[in-house]
Design a protein around this ligand. Structure first.
Ligand SMILES: NC(=O)c1ccc[n+]([C@@H]2O[C@H](COP(=O)([O-])OP(=O)(O)OC[C@H]3O[C@@H](n4cnc5c(N)ncnc54)[C@H](O)[C@@H]3O)[C@@H](O)[C@H]2O)c1
Length: 409
């Protein structure tokens, strides 16, 4: 297959869809890889590193989009990219389509096979292509929280790890999922006194086991949340109710009761935040103060570390990308239900139920859409078509709600 890796043009997006090691795997498997000039620059990857593994560098984005059967990128195509999209092309990237109706229209009109990172979902309900970003955000939450606790950054002047004879900093993490666990690892590593609150007792049991009692686990109820917030120097919000806005667990009143110079890092800000006083901020101006409490609420935390984020993301995306390239999109989704759940549009149909519902399109189950694969395309799709199978309707996997994951990555 001919694969194109364009340079991201969305503001302050420095990641790239494929790193040289990944590109090499595609090339070695017999695929052709075009990379747009400077595509890897933001992540510290130079053009010659791609050339060394057999990729061809193309100067013009238009040229790259035109020549490629599958585009591998990071963010959803933005308006200037719409006209570059080719009929019948496969686009493999984060889409978050429910939030971009204009793009969905283009994908439908151009009969694009849109495979969305954020909805690829194995049977266990996990979201493997969102996970690496949560791991990064969780680790960063403690890093930025520790810095915000410094006096010059508005904090109370506490060192998280303390020193012999002086108390350690107290960290409360609300939500013990991927973000919470990664945050706990770093906080423990820094020597802080760590408490994790979650509503899922099974998860708390798991955390108690893996941290071997080094963290305190608490049921996430209003009393425990209030006590932890009042006693902690740093509070991290990392809750998620899939498909729903984050619940407001820390009220403005409670923020007022926290000691001055404490810090809250609301990682769940991309879902509306679990701290009432949270509003989205940017890397340029990441913090503000409410009632003497420093708030850090950056909605795309991994953007601060594009090199790590790029490698973490592509480690997760590459196997599915290879599958699509090796088998063609139709055979690949027939062979892999997790990948099939990633298909948001195909052949002029919206094939992801939540997107269809949110944007007012008829929902066409994947097996129906595949049965009527596009006749007019550049060949990217039909070329790899397998005979129609009597596949079962694919539903989002059990554990997560039947909604498009809204977490931005
Ligand atoms: N700001 C960023 O840059 C960024 C980056 C990545 C992820 N996120 C966001 O971080 C949040 C957490 O993501 P995740 O991958 O850890 O999700 P996850 O599903 O792995 O974990 C969420 C946890 O929250 C728990 N939870 C639900 N309701 C709760 C409550 N009332 N009290 C305490 N815990 C509760 C769940 O039981 C679960 O363990 C999401 O909103 C995600 O979108 C933000």
């Amino acid at each position: 297959m001919i694969i194109g890796v364009p340079k991201e043009i969305k503001t302050r997006e420095y990641r790239v869809g494929l790193v040289p090691a990944g590109a090499k795997a595609f090339v070695n498997a017999g695929h052709k890889v075009y990379v747009e000039k400077g595509a890897g620059e933001g992540a510290g990857i130079r053009d010659h590193e791609y050339e060394r593994v057999g990729c061809k560098i193309l100067k013009a984005a238009n040229d790259l989009w035109k020549k490629s059967e599958m585009i591998i990128k990071v963010k959803e195509p933005i308006a200037p990219e719409y006209e570059r999209i080719q009929t019948g092309q496969i686009i493999y990237t984060y889409f978050h389509l429910a939030a971009v109706p204009d793009l969905c229209k283009v994908l439908v009109e151009k009969k694009v096979a849109a495979v969305a990172y954020e909805t690829i979902q194995p049977e266990d309900g996990s979201l493997p292509l969102l996970k690496p970003m949560s791991e990064i955000a969780g680790k960063m939450a403690i890093q930025v929280g520790a810095a915000s606790l410094e006096k010059t950054h508005g904090g109370k002047g506490i060192l998280l790890g303390g020193v012999p004879g002086v108390r350690r900093g107290k960290v409360a993490i609300i939500g013990g999922g991927v973000v919470g666990t990664s945050a706990a690892k770093v906080a423990l590593g820094m020597g802080a006194d760590v408490t994790i609150l979650d509503v899922n007792l099974e998860r708390l049991t798991y955390l108690d086991d893996i941290f071997q009692g080094a963290v305190t686990t608490l049921n996430s109820d209003s009393e425990n949340i209030e006590r932890c917030c009042r006693e902690s120097d740093l509070v991290v919000g990392g809750v998620l109710i899939p498909g729903a806005k984050a619940p407001k667990l820390v009220s403005k009143e409670l923020i007022k009761k926290m000691s001055k110079g404490s810090v809250v890092v609301d990682v769940a800000v991309d879902q509306g935040g679990c701290i009432e006083t949270c509003r989205p901020t940017t890397h340029e101006n990441p913090t503000y103060e409410v009632a003497g409490v420093v708030h850090y609420c950056v909605a795309n935390m991994p953007g601060a570390v594009p090199r790590t984020s790029t490698f973490a993301l592509t480690n997760a995306t590459r196997p599915y990308g290879r599958h699509i390239a090796d088998l063609g999109v139709v055979a690949a989704i027939r062979a892999d239900k997790a990948l099939a759940r990633g298909l948001n549009t195909y052949g002029g149909h919206v094939t992801y139920e939540a997107v269809a519902r949110d944007l007012g399109y008829p929902y066409v189950p994947i097996e129906t859409a595949i049965g009527g694969s596009p006749k007019k395309s550049n060949g990217a799709v039909e070329k790899h078509d397998a005979p129609p199978a009597a596949a079962k309707a694919l539903k989002p996997a059990a554990k997560k709600k039947a909604a498009q994951p809204t977490a931005q990555a």
